[in-house]
Write a protein that binds this ligand. Structure first.
Ligand SMILES: [Zn+2]
Length: 648
C-alpha cells in the first residue's frame, strides 16, 4: 500500500530533543515546588490535582523518550533519548525519596474524602512512597539509595554477560553436521576454510538446531555448551544480585525480596505466587506425563529399550511427533498472510468488536517513512491515535512490543500508542508473507495497544494507560491471541496472495492441533522456571548454592535428568528483569482463558466485547485488577476454563 501524500517526517535534531526533554523535567520540578508550597488548608482534591500534575507534565515527553531510544532512525536522537532516560530515572529516584512530598500526602485526611479515585490516588501514592523507603531514618535511606544504585549496575552486568557470554560451537564435519536443518539455515552457516561449520549459542541459531539437527551427539554437546552461557561470570553476579535485593527488601521491612516485589501485584505475596505455581503444576501433571510418554514412544522407534528422555532430545522428538501426527508445515500457511491483509484484517476485527473506526491519517508527524498512523474514531470524534512501526530496519528495536507515546486523560490529551514489530515488508513485488506465529504476535500486540488506548480516559494521569498490576498486564494481549486461531475470523482476511482463496478451515484446524501438542509439557517447563526464580528470591540467599537448588527442583519437576556441569541459571535473563515474577505470564493466561469463556465461542459478539472494554480495559488502573475481573465475570476468576483448555 502506498501513501496518498508524502508523510510528514519529524525534523527535530538530537539537540532539540534533548532540550525539549530537559525543559519538561525542569517544568516538572516547578510542579513539585508548587505542590510543596500548597497552603495547609488546601482542599484534598486540589492536593490530588497538584500531585498528578507532575506526571502530566512529564507525560508530554516521557513516552517519546523511551520510544525514540529504541526506534528513531537518527542515531543522534537515539543518543539524546538515552541520555534523557538516565536523567528521567534519576529524577524519579529523587522524587520517590522526597520526604516533603510524602509528608504532605500523609497529612491528607483520607477518611474525609468521598471521591473514590481521589482516595485511591493518595492511598497508592503513600504505598509507593513507603515501598521506596521514604519514611525510613536517614541512615537507612542512605543505605537504600546506595543499594539501588549498586543494583542497577549489578543488573546491567548480569544482562551484559548474557549478551556477550555466548560461545561458538564448532562442527568439524561441516555441512554433514547440519543434516535435517532447513536450507536457509545451511546457507547462513557455510563451512569456513578449515571445512568446519560454526554456530553461535544465540537463540536464532539454537532453536532450529535443537529442533531439527539429526545428529544426536552434536545436539548433546551443543546443549551443554548453551547451558553454560555467561558461566562462570554470572554465577557470582547472580549471587550478589540475590544478596543485595534481599538486603534491600529486609531494610524496607519485608521478610524477603519475593514478598516485596509481589506485594503490589495481584499475587500480593511470595506464598501466593508459590501456591499458584503448584496449582498449575498439579493441573498440567496428567497431560504432561501423557505427552512425555508419547515422546518416549517416539524415541523407542530408534532405540527400543530406551527408558529415559534427555533434555537435548526433547525439541527434536516433539517436532517429529508434530509432523508425523499432525502433518503440518508452518511454511504452508504463509501465502495467506500477506502483511497488508493481516493489518487490515486485525483492525477490521477490532473495529467490528468495539464499534470504532480506524482512519488512516497521513498528516501526523512521524519519525520514519514506514510508520503508519491511524486515528481511532468514535461517534465522529478522534478518541485515540495509533502508530504502527512494523518492519525491520537498522538500529531499530529487534522484538515486538507496545510503546506508550502519550497517555490519555479525561480532560487532557488523547492517548497515543505505538506498536513496534519486525514483520516482513511488502516491497518490489514481494508480498511480505507472515508466519502464523507472527500473525498471533500481531493480535497479541494489538491487544496491548487497545488496552492502552481504551484506558486513556481516567480522571488522573496516574491511572491512565496500562497502570495495572504486572501479573494482569498480559491478559488483554493473550486474550486477543484467541482470535488468531479462529477459522471464521481468519477466513475474513487471510486469502491466498496468488489465488485469492480464503484459508481453508481444515488447514487452520490442523495448525491448531499441531500447535497445541506439547502444551502440558510446556506448562510444566514454564512452572519449573517460575518456581526456580521464586525459590531463589524467597529466602535469605547467604550461602545459597544456586546450582544445587536448581538440581533439586529439576529432579522434582522436570522429567529429564540434570546434565552435570551445566548452569542454566547464569543465562536466565528474567532473574534480573522479572526477578521472582516469572509466574506472571501464566497467571495472566489463567485469567485470559476465563475471560475468553465469557465469549462462549461467539468471537464476534460485540456486546460482550464492549462490556469487556467498559469493565476491564477502559478502567486502566483506577481499580485493582481483581475487582475488574469480578466486575466482568460476575464472580472471582478461577481455573476452570484454563483447566478445560489444558486438557482439551
Ligand atoms: Zn505481551
Amino acid at each position: 500500500m502506498t501513501n496518498q501524500t508524502a508523510p510528514s517526517l519529524s525534523s527535530q535534531t538530537g539537540e532539540e530533543f534533548l532540550a525539549e526533554g530537559r525543559a519538561a523535567i525542569t517544568a516538572a520540578r516547578a510542579d513539585v515546588a508548587t505542590f510543596k508550597a500548597l497552603p495547609a488548608d488546601t482542599s484534598s482534591s486540589d492536593v490530588a490535582e497538584a500531585l498528578d500534575q507532575i506526571g502530566r507534565t512529564l507525560n508530554e515527553v516521557s513516552g517519546r523518550i523511551h520510544l525514540y531510544s529504541q526506534v528513531h532512525p537518527d542515531a543522534k536522537v537515539r543518543e539524546s533519548a538515552e541520555e534523557l532516560e538516565r536523567e528521567l530515572s534519576a529524577f524519579g529516584t529523587e522524587l520517590s525519596l522526597d520526604r516533603e512530598i510524602f509528608d504532605r500526602i500523609a497529612a491528607v485526611d483520607l477518611d474525609a474524602i468521598t471521591d473514590e479515585q481521589e482516595k485511591r490516588l493518595f492511598v497508592t501514592s503513600l504505598r509507593d512512597y513507603r515501598r521506596s523507603g521514604v519514611d525510613q531514618d536517614e541512615a537507612t535511606r542512605a543505605r537504600i539509595t546506595a543499594l539501588k544504585s549498586e543494583l542497577t549496575e549489578i543488573g546491567q552486568e548480569f544482562d551484559r554477560n548474557i549478551i556477550t557470554g555466548g560461545s561458538e560451537f564448532v562442527i568439524e564435519d561441516g555441512l554433514e553436521g547440519l543434516a535435517g536443518l532447513p536450507e536457509d539455515y545451511k546457507a547462513a552457516h557455510q563451512p569456513g576454510e578449515d571445512g568446519a561449520v560454526r554456530i553461535s549459542t544465540d537463540a536464532q541459531d539454537r532453536m532450529p538446531f535443537m529442533t531439527f539437527a539429526e545428529r544426536d551427539d552434536l545436539r548433546k554437546a551443543y546443549h551443554k555448551l548453551c547451558n553454560n552461557r555467561a558461566c562462570p561470570d554470572n554465577l557470582g553476579v547472580l549471587q550478589t544480585l540475590l544478596e543485595k535485593r534481599h538486603e534491600l527488601a529486609t531494610l524496607l521491612g519485608y521478610a524477603n525480596w519475593a514478598d516485596y516485589v509481589t506485594e503490589d501485584k495481584m499475587a500480593k505475596s511470595g506464598a501466593n505466587a508459590r501456591s499458584f505455581i503448584e496449582r498449575v503444576l498439579e493441573l498440567s501433571d496428567k497431560r504432561s506425563l501423557a505427552e512425555n510418554d508419547e515422546l518416549l514412544a517416539e524415541k523407542r522407534q530408534d532405540d527400543p529399550n530406551a527408558t529415559v528422555l534427555y533434555e537435548h532430545e526433547r525439541a527434536f522428538l516433539a517436532e517429529r511427533v508434530r509432523r508425523r501426527k499432525y502433518d503440518f508445515d508452518s511454511q504452508s500457511v504463509r501465502p495467506y498472510f500477506a502483511y497488508p491483509k493481516v493489518r487490515d484484517g486485525i483492525l477490521a476485527t477490532a473495529s467490528k468488536l468495539y464499534g470504532v473506526d480506524f482512519v488512516r491519517n497521513d498528516d501526523v508527524e512521524r519519525w520514519h517513512e514506514d510508520v503508519e498512523v491511524f486515528d481511532v474514531v468514535e461517534d465522529g470524534q478522534v478518541s485515540a491515535r495509533m502508530f504502527l512501526d512494523m518492519h525491520p530496519r537498522a538500529g531499530k528495536f529487534k522484538h515486538a512490543a507496545m510503546f506508550n507515546k502519550k497517555t490519555g486523560r479525561r480532560d487532557g490529551p488523547i492517548p497515543e500508542g505505538t506498536l513496534v514489530c519486525n514483520f516482513p515488508q511488502p516491497k518490489d513485488g514481494d508480498p511480505g508473507l507472515l508466519l502464523h506465529d507472527q500473525v498471533t504476535t500481531y493480535f497479541h500486540e494489538v491487544g496491548h495497544l487497545l488496552h492502552y488506548l481504551f484506558s486513556g480516559k481516567q480522571k488522573y494521569q496516574q491511572f491512565g494507560g496500562i497502570a495495572t498490576e504486572w501479573d494482569f498486564v498480559e491478559v488483554p494481549s493473550q486474550l486477543f491471541e484467541e482470535w488468531a486461531w479462529d477459522p471464521t475470523i481468519l477466513a475474513t482476511f487471510a486469502t491466498h496472495h496468488e489465488t485469492g482463496e480464503p484459508i481453508p478451515a481444515e488447514l487452520v484446524e490442523r495448525m491448531r492441533r499441531a500447535e497445541e501438542y506439547g502444551k502440558g509439557l510446556q506448562a510444566r517447563g514454564q512452572m519449573f522456571y517460575a518456581l526456580l526464580a521464586l525459590t531463589y528470591y524467597e529466602s535469605d540467599p547467604t550461602g545459597l548454592d544456586t546450582t544445587e537448588r536448581l538440581i533439586e527442583l529439576k529432579n522434582k519437576i522436570m522429567l529429564s535428568p540434570h546434565v552435570e556441569d551445566t548452569h542454566m541459571q547464569a543465562s536466565f535473563g528474567h532473574l534480573h528483569g522479572y526477578s521472582a515474577m516469572y509466574y506472571t505470564y501464566m497467571w495472566s493466561l489463567v485469567i485470559s482463558k476465563d475471560f475468553f469463556s465469557r465469549f462462549n465461542g461467539d468471537l464476534m459478539n460485540s456486546e460482550t466485547a464492549r462490556e469487556y472494554r467498559a469493565k476491564v480495559t477502559g478502567r486502566g488502573g483506577e481499580r485493582d485488577a481483581a475487582d475488574l475481573c469480578r466486575d466482568f465475570l460476575g464472580r472471582d476468576y478461577d481455573f476452570t476454563a484454563f483447566e478445560a483448555w489444558l486438557n482439551a
